[in-house]
Every structure is written in C-alpha cells, then in structure tokens.
Design a protein around this ligand. Structure first.
Ligand SMILES: Nc1ncnc2c1ncn2[C@@H]1O[C@H](COP(=O)(O)OP(=O)(O)OP(=O)(O)O)[C@@H](O)[C@H]1O
Length: 454
C-alpha cells in the first residue's frame, strides 16, 4: 500500500511519465518549457534539467506549442517534422479558472517497425508530391519569387528595385552575371511580378540542346516533318510559352544559324514549325541570361549584333558574390534555415572562424557554391554547431587556400572591422562616440557596421 508522501507520489508520477509511450512537454503561458520527459530529451539530445526555462522554440524545431497557448485550441494529430522524421503531435491547452496557463504537448513516435513503415510511407508520398510539383513547375511555371532573392547589400537592393520596375510590360530583358549569381531566380521573379504570371514560364537552356534539335525545340515541328516525328507534330518552346515568358538561358551559347532564326521570330512575332508551311502567331516575352561576354563574342563574329540589341532592351547585371560580401551571411543563414527545415537538423551556432573564412573566400561559383558549402557542412556536422571541421576536406582546403591569398583590400577591411568592433565594445555601442573617436561620420560608421555584419 502506497503512503501519502508527496515526494513518493511525485516520483511515481515521474516514472509513469518518463516511461510513457508518448514524449511529453509542458510549457507555461509564455511558451517556456516547464517539463519535458526523459525520452523526449534523449531524442532531442537535450539535458532534462537544462531545457527547463528555455523557450520551446529553442528546444523543439517546427514547434507550435507556444501558438497552442496563445490560441487556446486543442490540436490533435498534427504532422510535425523533427530531426529528419515525421511525428504525430498533439497539443492541449491547460486551463485554470477559465484561463489558459500553459499547454501539454505529446508526440507519438517510437522506433517500432510499424512506425518506421508509416514514416517511410509518408516520406515516400511527400517525395512523390515534391516530384510532381517540380514537374509541374518545369512544364508550367516559375518556382521563385523576388522574396527568394536574399541580399542586403546596396547592389542587391538595387537589383530588387530594378526587377520591380521592369517586371510589368513586354520589353525583353537580358540578365548578366557569373554562373550561380541568381540569374534564373531573377527571371522567375520578373515573370511572377508581371501581368503574365498566370501564364506559362518556359525555360530553354541554349547551351544544353544539341544543335540539330534546336529549331524543333524552339519552334516545334509538324506531323511528318522528319523520320521519327510524332503524330500530330509537337509544339516548340515558343508555342508552349504563348501568353507567358520564355527564358533563354545561356543565350551566348546559341548556335549561329539559330541566332538569325530567333531574331526573325522576335521581330515578326510568329514562328514556323519545322516541316510546316504555315506560321503561327505567338505572344511571348523573352528574358535571356548569360555569363559570357557578348560584346566580345560580337567582335569575334560569334554573336549577332542585331540579336544582341533585340534582347538587350533592359539589362540587369548581378555582381559576383565576392563584390557584395554583406550578402554572404544573410544568404548563408537563409540556406541554413531552409536546409534545417528540410533535414530536421538543428543548427544553433556557427563558429567565428567559419564566418571569417566565408568572408575571405572569393566564391568563384557564387551563391550556388555558398549554398552547396552550407548544405555539405550541415550534412556532415555531428552537433548543432558548424565549425570549420564540419566541412569536407576539399572544401576546407578551398577556404584556407584563399585565406593565404588575401589582397590589400581584404587586409584593410579586416582591420577596419576589428577596430570598429573593439571601439563599439569599448564605448558600449555608442555610435556617436565611436564615430567621433575614429574621425568618421555617423552614416559612414553605420554603413561599415552593416557592410562588415558587426
Ligand atoms: N540572391 C539569392 N538569394 C537566394 N538564393 C540565391 C540567390 N542567388 C542565387 N541563389 C541560389 O543559388 C543557386 C543558383 O542560382 P541560379 O540558378 O539562379 O543562378 P544562375 O546565375 O542562373 O546560374 P547559371 O549561370 O549557372 O545558370 C540557386 O539555388 C538559387 O536559388
């Protein structure tokens, strides 16, 4: 027979909760963790004593517990992605004298075969859904919007303003920039902001289509145009993009005999499918992109000047990432957030030497390379922290090699950053005092703080 000792009762209750089938968390009215059972802590790699007092969003990823408290509504069987697995979460507000004073969350997940099967079934379904979404976008749409274009540098802000200014209307746009700078992302954004957004966005990579297929890819073909042609013919990218936007990626790689044909279509606004005697009217806005020096190609007679003028009505130039270093951190942080969301990992800290190495590196592959670096580090890190050790050897080498190749400008920037940081610390963040001490204006100081991400 159990006696009435409160400590004994408490211990019994704790044993029951700790061995419960479900994982349990209790938060107060502000979303602060009051209790989390042992098995849940173990799964999250947290210490049961240390989680108490933390805000629940700092402990459990994708949690809605704090919202359950605010809304005071019971949420049952919600699918939640935690640490690479789909869990089933219930959230129940705790009421006291008619007021919500907190919430209990339970998560069902055990390493049973049954759950594994269900989990992989859901994953498979979601992958399938993803696949079809991508297919649909490839056929019919633009995936990115201007909100996806991350950047705080003056150059990035200018680009966003320019996109907003030129998106409406039908004028051709030429987007220029090194590989991986976001040309395609901007092409999508222009389409999304234009009056054509409900119509198709069709892409063709001029560098990837074999020369002999180009004409039929762009303009389609009619039945019987050649051996192996499909019955009823096939529409080309121009016809598919009718009413919408055609994105001609890597336009500098367009074969010369196609350049003249493309020019004619752009002038006459009609296409003639291969093997057909009739031309078809098309209403298409063209956005072209290239990382090649078109002016030089024109000089060398590799690119037609008249086509250049036709596509270069409006131009957007994206500077390489190394020339807008302020964008490196916001971009890296955004990639970390989205990758953690996808993989269920939780990264809470990035070492200063990683940040420094990122700022020093010259990013020849631009934002695409940065994204790949970050994803590799998240994948390989064993903890919730990214240190230089988290990078694969070849990437670490790259980062270090460039450290040794710093230019004078890099050293000047580095020194400026160090001096400003130390003055800000010494003077408790008093901008006016720091600006006076360093003999520069306040605006100038603000600019530098932003630039160096201090
Ligand atoms: N400013 C940005 N904000 C967020 N993501 C970006 C940005 N710039 C580029 N990216 C990402 O970097 C990757 C490469 O971008 P994108 O394909 O648009 O570059 P690109 O200039 O068209 O490259 P390429 O010339 O090699 O075709 C994509 O994953 C894209 O989402």
């Amino acid at each position: 027979m159990l006696n009435n000792d409160p400590l004994l009762k408490h211990n019994i209750l704790e044993t029951i909760i700790d061995s419960a089938y479900e994982w349990i968390v209790v938060v107060d009215h502000e979303g602060i963790v009051q209790y989390m059972n042992k098995t849940y802590c173990e799964f999250l790699g947290e210490n049961p004593r240390e989680v108490i007092g933390k805000h629940v969003t700092n402990v459990i990823e994708n949690t809605r517990m704090h919202k359950a408290v605010l809304q005071g509504k019971v949420e049952i069987a919600d699918l939640q992605f935690i640490r690479g697995n789909y869990m089933i979460a219930n959230r129940i507000p705790i009421l006291h004298e008619g007021k919500v004073i907190g919430a209990v969350g339970t998560v069902i997940f055990r390493d049973t075969e049954q759950w594994k099967k269900m989990n992989s079934h859901i994953k498979a379904l979601l992958h399938e859904l993803d696949f079809y979404k991508k297919e649909w976008h490839e056929i019919n749409g633009a995936t990115y919007t201007l909100n996806d274009f991350i950047g705080i540098s003056r150059e990035a802000e200018k680009i966003k303003d320019r996109v907003k200014n030129i998106a409406s209307g039908d004028l051709s746009v030429l987007i220029r920039g090194e590989s991986g700078t976001g040309k395609e992302l901007l092409a999508h954004s222009i389409h999304q902001l234009s009056e054509r957004s409900a119509k198709p966005f069709i892409k063709i990579n001029c560098g990837a289509v074999p020369e002999h297929l180009f004409e039929s890819e762009l303009f389609g073909y009619s039945e019987g145009a050649f051996t192996g042609a499909k019955r009823g013919g096939k529409p080309g990218k121009f016809q598919l993009a009718d009413g919408g936007t055609l994105f001609l990626d890597e336009i500098g790689d367009l074969p010369q005999n196609m350049q003249i044909k493309l020019l004619r279509v752009l002038q006459e606004k009609e296409v003639e499918p291969v093997g057909s005697l009739n031309s078809q009217k098309v209403n298409v806005r063209v956005i072209a992109a290239t990382n090649r020096p078109l002016e030089q190609l024109i000089e060398n007679n590799k690119f037609r000047e008249d086509l250049f003028y036709r596509i270069n009505v409006l131009q957007i130039q994206i500077p390489p990432l190394r020339e807008r270093k302020e964008d490196i951190w916001p971009l890296a942080e955004s990639f970390i957030r989205s990758n953690c969301r996808e993989t269920g990992k939780r990264i809470v800290k990035i070492d200063d030497d990683v940040k420094e190495a990122f700022l020093q590196y010259t990013w020849p592959g631009n934002t695409r390379e940065l994204k790949n670096f970050v994803e590799a580090a998240i994948q390989l890190t064993q903890s919730d922290q990214i240190s230089l050790d988290a990078f694969p050897d070849f990437l670490r080498e790259k980062l270090k090699v460039h450290e040794a190749q710093k230019s004078l400008k890099d050293y000047v920037h580095e020194t400026e950053k160090k001096v400003i940081s130390s003055y800000l610390k010494k003077m408790d963040g008093d901008i006016k005092a720091v600006a006076n001490a360093l003999g520069i204006g306040k605006t100038n100081l603000y600019d530098k703080i932003k630039k160096y991400n201090i």
